[in-house]
Design a protein around this ligand. Structure first.
Ligand code: PEP
Ligand code: MG
Length: 576
């Protein structure tokens, strides 16, 4: 019998497909039975994978001794210990032999039961060690997948819908390489980076469903309505027909929007609005170009650092940044320096943070790892000879953070000069405004920087004190909270007063419902997921900025949520 679950709609559209249960997305493994006569060969395959990972870890240990970043070195011994523990290795052998599970499936089952035991531990440090168990298992799975044994049975036709308890942004970015129709998770907030990546891929997603992973079985037929936040499990023919129709209507609407690609992005009263793209990986630049982006307003470089055991070298980074700049053919590319931390973690990061969103994140992390920061700055500078690059510093709150970054940039230039490399001498440096303190003390940044970019995802998180990745407080995540609107307005007006350009690159910029309001607030540069650009352009074309600005003034005076929402409706021309 069909039933529906309701969660947070984080990426629009309809997906129809078969459930693929995932314990942890990087552990996206097949589940199948091994023929009785191949069981011992499967156990041997498992043991060989363990041995290979032991070798990998020994290699990492040697690299750590030779001066790899401290974060990488610290976890190796712990992982060696976990890998040798019979608690992790005996169980899967037993499962292969007695239940004939394939090795990957057996290992993931054992991991889940271990992780559940860790959850019961009172000591926070020991409890967090479960992450290490997961990481060790990931390594073994990766090796097993590289040496497949019995071929898994063929999947049914239709899209694959990933069903998981939780997905990290690093997990989700994997999906860019694998065709999936959509995903649903128990946990997650609307502006978590996992949700952002889903929007970037234009795949429907619903998060914060609480129990979906327990209620769905592998290969169940599912419908995801990513616009309304609904997941239907086991739909009947009538429901399927209804959603197929809605899906094709949405596809038609998207297709029609393509006509706007070459239309100038101009309001009814003739104001030009720059629509820029947010990208996570260099290859996303093609989507940005297809959508007609005027440039890249935010390149989240941390994704280049994820899903690997080491840091990308200067040359690797240079190649990544150069490829984006060249693909944009003279259009500006805003490269944000590493914003690791909070929900975006590097593999092997072993430090337990009591409160990651308030911890060693973004510029703070870069200041703690100066070698790595200089390496990234050199790579960005070198890429700047291939086209216009703007450098963006994340999460500024203190004047000294901007000073530190500017000094590091001079140092990086000096290092390049010694080596005979060139860079763009006009490269501009800007800062993300995403902490309320930065808005309230904006002058220090206006004096030091060439441009600003408002990151509303974090600005909302830090203003309202709610974790953007936690579905339990997702209902409190309110872009229309008067405090948030006033912080945006204050940033725009202070920057305008001194002639410093200011853009917006949080998810609000890609929500058509906010476009006219943002223009009314004085913004003229909006950066968003490429898939949102044409929908937002449609709103730009319908907007009379003079009218929107007048209505926004009234909106900024309102404290009552109801009034603020009425004002938004008026700005969007729905009443009054
Ligand atoms: C933001 O905080 O709004 C932003 C654009 O940065 P990120 O989502 O990567 O934190
Ligand atoms: Mg941010």
């Amino acid at each position: 019998m069909a039933f529906a679950l309701h969660g947070l709609p984080v990426s629009h559209g309809i997906a129809i497909g078969y459930a693929h249960l995932v314990s942890h997305a990087t552990l996206e493994v097949s589940h199948f039975l091994i023929p009785a006569k191949k069981v011992e060969a499967e156990v041997a395959r498992f043991d060989e994978a363990l041995a290979e990972v032991r070798g990998e870890l020994a290699g990492l240990k040697a690299a750590a001794a030779a001066g790899a970043p401290s974060e990488v070195g610290a976890f190796v011994d712990m992982h060696m210990m976990i890998l040798s523990d019979p608690m992790l290795t005996d169980g899967p052998r037993e499962l292969i032999r007695t239940r004939r599970c394939n090795a990957e499936w057996a290992l993931v089952q054992e991991m889940e039961s271990l992780v559940a035991q860790f959850d019961q531990i009172e000591d926070a440090y020991l409890r967090e060690r479960k992450q290490d168990v997961v990481q060790v298992v990931e390594r073994v799975i990766k090796v097993l997948m590289g040496h497949p044994g019995v071929t898994p049975p063929k999947r049914k036709e239709g899209g694959v819908i990933v069903v998981a308890h939780d997905l990290s942004p690093a997990d989700t970015i994997h999906f860019k390489q694998n065709q999936i129709a959509g995903f649903v998770t128990d946990l997650g907030g609307a502006t978590s980076h996992t949700a952002i990546v889903a929007r970037g891929m234009s795949i429907p997603a619903v998060v914060g469903l609480h129990h979906v992973r327990h209620l769905v079985r592998d290969d169940d037929l599912l419908i995801i309505d990513g616009t309304r936040g609904v997941v239907i499990i086991g739909p009947d023919e009538r429901m399927l027909d209804e959603y197929r129709l809605r899906k094709s209507e949405l596809e038609l609407e998207r297709f029609k929007l393509k006509r706007l690609k070459s239309a100038p992005s101009q309001t009814l009263d003739g104001e030009h609005v720059s629509l820029l793209a947010n990208i996570e990986l260099p290859e996303d630049v093609h989507q940005a170009r297809q959508a007609g982006a005027e440039g890249v307003g935010l390149f989240r470089t941390e994704f280049v650092f994820m899903n690997r055991d080491d840091m990308p070298t200067e040359d690797e980074q240079y190649e990544a940044y150069r490829s984006v700049v060249q693909a944009m053919k003279g259009r500006p590319v805003t490269i944000r320096t590493l914003d690791i931390g909070a929900d975006k973690t590097l593999r092997g990061a072993s430090r337990i943070e009591p409160n990651p969103a308030l911890g060693l994140r973004a510029i703070r992390y870069c200041m703690a790892e100066p070698k790595m920061f200089l390496c990234q700055l050199r790579a960005i500078l070198r890429a700047s000879v291939h086209g216009p690059i703007r450098l963006l510093l994340p999460m500024l709150a203190h004047a000294h953070e901007a000073d530190y970054a500017l000094t590091a940039l001079s140092q990086a230039k000096e290092q390049l000069r010694v080596k005979g490399h060139k860079w763009d001498p006009h490269l501009e440096v800007g800062g993300m405004i995403e902490i309320p303190a930065a808005v309230l003390a904006l002058n220090v940044f206006l004096k030091r920087l060439d441009f600003l970019s408002i990151g509303t995802n974090d600005l909302i998180q830090y203003t309202l004190a709610i974790d953007r990745a936690d579905e339990a407080v997702a209902h409190l995540y309110d872009p229309l909270h008067p405090a948030v609107l006033r912080l945006i307005a204050q940033t725009v007006s202070s920057a305008k007063r001194v002639g410093i350009p200011v853009s917006i690159c949080g998810e609000m910029a890609g929500e058509p419902v906010f476009t006219r309001m943002l223009l009314g607030l004085g913004l003229r540069q909006l950066s968003m997921q490429p898939a949102q650009i044409l929908e937002v352009k449609q709103e730009v074309l319908r907007c009379d900025v003079g009218d929107a600005a007048m209505k926004v003034v009234r909106m900024l005076r309102s404290d009552e949520p109801e009034r603020v929402r009425e004002c938004l409706e008026r700005i969007n021309g729905h009443s009054g």
